[in-house]
Design a protein. Structure first.
Length: 299
């Protein structure tokens, strides 16, 4: 098989349409060569294993004006945490009376009235709060809350509660609005991760006092720290440990010093990781809270 001719430099580093290829003098035969893939009808690329941004960029080369990335795709572009990170199919919405896109690898939607749009790296995307609302009919309660908590996330929020409430109002009475309203009640503005949110929801579901999310704690050693889930009245912390706590040596030693300071100040710290079953973590929390005077529902 003869070796395919080299692509023009402009087409080597980004997806392109067959029409663009023709403008550069490429034949139809060249656009069907083995070194090119077809992520979407009429689109070619020499890049391998496109991620979400790459797939969206590829589709955008043939995207008519008025179309916008929406639903799960928009949520992932805004980096909202979802149960699965599978990038395909892409979700694309259009306003009436435009026809919804129909092609392999794309799910078409009707864009809701007054839904707001933004741009991420030049890609048209529904606003983050509208993207969250569009997830209502595809996610369970806890996953919807975790995604919503990221909008309001600690340190780098994407949106405010007021913006979220306006988006729910724009969503109107469409299917999923009841789930949105239920999730809205459980949103908290200082969550730092999806796993932290899921842990908080399970704590509440089992009848324990509601903790502060990433509450500030002033240590007698003269510095400030934060706890993931802080039961301040009882001086108990529930914390989720990520993998970096074990693989990063400097982080590990900082954690040891911090835990020693907390223990010196009388805090009980319960650390939860992927390998600790929720049942055991809640049992430890139960014992710690009761040791500090909590007399909630019997377990």
């Amino acid at each position: 098989m003869p070796k395919a001719s080299r692509l023009p430099a402009e087409l080597e580093t980004a997806p392109f349409t067959v029409r663009q290829a023709a403008a550069y003098g490429l034949t139809r035969r060249r656009t069907r060569a083995h070194d090119l893939t077809t992520p979407f009808r009429g689109v070619r690329t020499s890049l391998d294993n496109l991620d979400l941004a790459g797939l969206c960029t590829a589709y955008a080369t043939r995207m008519p004006q008025g179309q916008v990335f929406s639903h799960r795709t928009a949520a992932m572009l805004w980096k909202l945490p979802l149960p699965s990170s599978t990038p395909l199919p892409l979700h694309v919405a259009v306003p009436a009376p435009m026809r919804q896109p129909r092609m392999k690898g794309v799910v078409g939607h009707r864009l809701g009235t007054h839904a707001e749009t933004r741009f991420i790296a030049g890609l048209p995307v529904v606003a983050p709060c509208d993207a969250w609302c569009q997830l209502a009919d595809s996610l369970g309660h806890d996953d919807l809350v975790a995604a919503g908590d990221r909008l309001l996330g600690w340190r780098d929020p994407v949106a405010t509660l007021d913006e979220l409430d306006l988006a729910i109002a724009r969503f109107g009475s469409r299917p999923g609005v009841v789930a949105l309203r239920r999730a809205r009640i459980d949103l908290r503005p200082r969550s730092a991760s999806r796993r932290e949110t899921l842990l908080r929801l399970n704590v509440a579901r089992h009848g324990y006092p509601e903790p502060e999310c990433n509450g500030a704690i002033e240590l007698s050693a003269g510095r400030m720290t934060h706890g993931d889930l802080v039961f301040r009245r009882y001086r108990v912390l529930l914390e989720y440990d990520g993998e970096q706590h074990r693989t990063d040596e400097r982080q590990f030693h900082r954690d040891v010093e911090r835990l020693n300071d907390l223990a010196t100040d009388g805090w009980i710290v319960i650390r939860v990781g992927r390998r600790l079953p929720l049942r055991r973590a809640l049992a430890q929390l139960d014992r710690a809270l009761r040791a500090r005077g909590w007399s909630g529902p019997a377990r």
